[in-house]
Design a protein around this ligand. Structure first.
Ligand code: B12
Ligand code: SF4
Length: 475
């Protein structure tokens, strides 16, 4: 089972630490369907060399848009030697006919059920060329084959997903295309999710779910079950879900210490794309305040180049994020992934300028922006990173928190992530990533002695009057 790396892995812009974060969870999930007699190996090319000289009975490759060409080359090489190749994942789902040219079997959508069917058919000598995921459930799926994950190669070996998809339908997101033809948001059973958490060693967990707070009852029960486990965890959620009810306090009590929040745009005009005009300043500031009061660090995600963005968007975004004390920021150039409504819209307007999938990495401009030229967009994107992570701004943003401990944690986390690249490289080269875990857990330790349960009215929103989701761009 192979997760091919990006071509970028050979470029000077490559940040090894970003790709040594999480193990290939999708492949380890699929491997659980193999029989105990099957000999299975997972190779993650981002962190280890890939040799094509072996002679397996079956090669399974996970294809993202940005590793697609490399995935195809690997597939072609095995097939040229008569070895059976199965391709699946997000890009195969969006561009099935393209992928089919390089595979004996392709899979569209999540593989949790189709892969098991395929293995049974393969054993009978009758595998089909295409498997489409239609019935979807996580109930009773076999435990992830974590024994196949080389934990020492990752900073965050304990990544986990307890849901699939998301309840929303943002026009720019991969989600609707990937889950087409079946349910697009479903959860594990709470007891099974808790059992999976219990199987993970150490304290730190990273939930990779698209929207950990998306199913409120499930999330509430999960957090209740996790309270007292002594875990520290990180996850992702939408702006509105943080303002509704008291779920976020439950999450903090269970150990949530940092949250990836898709703010996407500080330009309210962009939100009219989805027909929902929000008071961004009020809502966004309220989200920051609420998380800050709970001692939860924020990783804000922002997108540049949407149709209402003018050249001032870069500085406005960085200013807002720094003034609000956002801990880390991820900036993206708007990217129309094939299969999304956004891609369809730009195609109709004849504004797609590149179909080189290597460039669909949210660092390149692959379409014609409206209110600025491509160069301004690329330059502004790089400038935003430079400015946000300048020593001055890291310091200024850290000082926005009330407690000294939160300030120190912010400073350590933000500077540690972006300012010590050579140190990370050395740690990765010497295979010492696991020695960094205690440091990470230290930075994620609790800020407040008890979780602050404020009345909802203080945050200007409640379950009943909560706004519709305002996320509209993929993370
Ligand atoms: C963790 C993560 C990362 C990690 C990757 C770690 C890893 N080793 O996998 C890091 C930080 C490195 C990363 C980087 C990037 N990521 Co990323 N990432 C994710 C994230 C949040 C979770 C992935 C995950 O583990 N999911 C859980 C597992 C269980 O699901 P899965 O991997 O999809 O596997 C299932 C199916 O896809 C399917 N399947 C997959 N392969 C196969 C093969 C076969 C044969 C079969 C049968 C089935 C099958 O079955 C699996 C089980 O259901 C997703 C969002 C998401 N929710 O998926 C984005 C996501 C995958 N990332 C995305 C992007 C764009 C990127 C970047 C380009 C961003 C950037 N600017 O740098 C880079 C490049 C990544 C690359 N290698 O090409 C996009 C991909 C869009 C696309 N159309 O391909 C996503 C969907 C986010 C988004 N909403 O846009 N990412
Ligand atoms: S962008 Fe986020 S909130 Fe919107 S559909 Fe995708 S995963 Fe859900």
């Amino acid at each position: 089972m192979i997760l091919p790396s990006l071509l970028e892995a050979e470029s000077p812009a490559w940040r090894p630490v970003k790709y040594s974060l999480f193990p290939p969870l999708g492949l380890a999930t699929l491997a659980a369907h193999c029989s105990p007699d099957d000999e299975v190996t997972i190779v993650d090319q981002h962190v280890e060399p890939l040799s094509l000289n072996d002679e397996p009975d079956l090669v399974v490759i996970q294809v993202y848009i940005t590793n697609a060409y490399r995935a195809y080359a690997i597939a072609d090489s095995y097939r040229a030697r008569g070895i059976y190749v199965a391709l699946g994942g997000l890009h195969v789902t969006s561009c099935a006919s393209e992928a089919a040219l390089h595979a004996d079997t392709i899979f569209t959508g999540p593989g949790d059920e189709t892969f098991a069917q395929f293995l049974a058919d393969l054993r009978k000598g009758k595998p089909k060329p295409v498997y489409k995921s239609v019935t979807r459930s996580l109930i009773g799926i076999p435990p992830i084959r974590r024994d196949l994950i080389k934990r020492r190669l990752y900073l965050v070996p304990n990544s986990i997903v307890v849901t699939r998809g998301c309840p929303f339908h943002c026009s720019f997101c991969y989600k609707d295309a990937f889950f087409k033809g079946g349910r697009s948001f479903y959860t594990q059973r709470v007891d099974e999710a808790l059992a999976e958490i219990n199987r993970l060693p150490g304290r730190h967990l990273y939930f990779l779910d698209d929207h950990l707070l998306g199913h409120r009852k499930f999330a509430a029960n999960l957090f209740d079950g996790m309270s007292g486990m002594g875990r520290l965890f990180q996850g992702a959620a939408t702006v509105d879900s943080i303002l509704r009810g008291n779920l976020i306090e439950k999450a903090a009590t269970a150990g949530l210490r940092s949250l990836f929040v898709g703010f996407e745009s500080v330009n309210s005009a962009n939100h009219s794309v989805t027909g929902k005009v929000q008071n961004i300043n009020r809502e966004y500031n309220a989200v920051v305040k609420r998380l800050d009061d709970l001692g939860i660090m924020i990783n804000g995600s922002f997108v540049f180049g949407l149709d209402h963005d003018k050249p001032d968007v870069f500085d406005r975004t960085v200013d807002w994020a720094v003034n609000q004390g956002i801990t880390t920021a991820t900036f993206h150039i708007a990217t129309p992934y094939p299969g999304t409504a956004y891609h369809h819209e730009l195609c109709e307007q004849n504004r797609i300028t590149s179909e080189n999938w290597d460039n669909y990495d949210t660092r390149h401009v692959v379409f014609e922006p409206k209110l600025m030229d491509s160069k301004t967009l690329v330059d502004g994107y790089h400038r935003a990173y430079q400015n946000f992570y300048s020593w001055r701004n890291i310091t200024f943003a850290s000082l926005q928190h009330k407690s000294v401990k939160h300030r120190a944690k912010h400073f350590a986390y933000s500077a540690g992530w972006r300012k010590f690249e050579p140190l990370w490289d050395a740690v990765i080269r010497t295979r010492q990533l696991r020695t960094m875990t205690p440091m990470l857990e230290g930075v994620l330790s609790k800020v407040t002695a008890t979780v602050n349960q404020k009345p909802e009215s203080e945050y200007g929103s409640s379950e009943a009057d909560s706004p519709k989701p305002i996320k509209f761009f993929p993370r």
